[in-house]
Design a protein around this ligand. Sequence first.
Ligand code: FO1
Length: 314
Amino acid sequence: MIKRVTCLAGGIGAAKFLQGLVRILPQENITIIVNTGDDIELYGLHISPDPDILMYTLAGIVNEEKGWGIQSDTFNCLNMFQKYGLETWFKLGDKDLATHIYRTQLLKNGFSLGEVTQKLCKSLGLKVNILPMTNGKIAPQILTNFGKMHFEEYLVKRGAKDKVLDVIFEGAESAHPTPGVIESIQDASGIIVCPSNPIVSIGPILAVKKIREALKETTAKVVAISPIVGGGTIKGPADKLMRGLGLKVSAYSVALLYRDLLDVFILDEVDTVEKEKIERLGMKAIAANTIMRSLEDKVELARLALDALDPTAY
Ligand code: FO1
């Protein structure tokens, strides 16, 4: 069995998958390179949606219904902001705000985003190694018929209703991987690309040149799980973004985006017809249930990914 894995992750889809993975592997053996492209500054605070979604989920405190935020949180601070006439479209709960205040304070005191994330994880009792993809800034800008905007503005403030024309990765050229990221790819016995948005979650991670290079060079097997099922998304705007970029919304399109990196691609059983076409891209394709409704589904999918990474398995 695979011993040490490194995962590439966005928010909600990845968090569900990782809930299964931590039931199989010791947390200490898992490194997660997480997207920080959704990071946003609001009220002078540094918000890191994807790292927080992973942290809260794995710590068992996430609002399960939404997939983000903290369970039973209150919104007193946000209500007060509203009284002061501030914009409150991004729903930050009181407990969640504590994370952002502490993160911002640590960043101000000279800690890097990677160090801050480590501190937060430790305080929440986590032993997984969550590494922001970069300590720098890569903010994908969504170019729409309404203008260019931050991803959260496109998704939350404007409800993903604008026509997407392009996605621009500002800052990607000059971004460096967070210390430990490249080593985690080189030392892993297998790499998993979680079922996350390929454009704005995995896209920004792969836009960091050295990360993409390390993934190409690693001798460990790389498996990806399709976030696209039956020509649509389970959650989030991946379909709209893919369409905006001129891509067909299919598991095949996701495999095509990752083709230079992958050994194995897991697609949903409803998309079995795409299997052969995907294998012609030069990777093994496995059709299985990828919808994670229960904990058993999550564990089963994680086990399938681990088995697919095991070089002794085939
Ligand atoms: N998503 C929403 O749809 N509405 C929100 O108001 C919202 C607030 C929020 C606050 C903290 C956080 O960590 C995540 C939050 N999200 C919210 C989720 C987030 O917008 C996206 O799902 C991720 O950025 C995509 O992975």
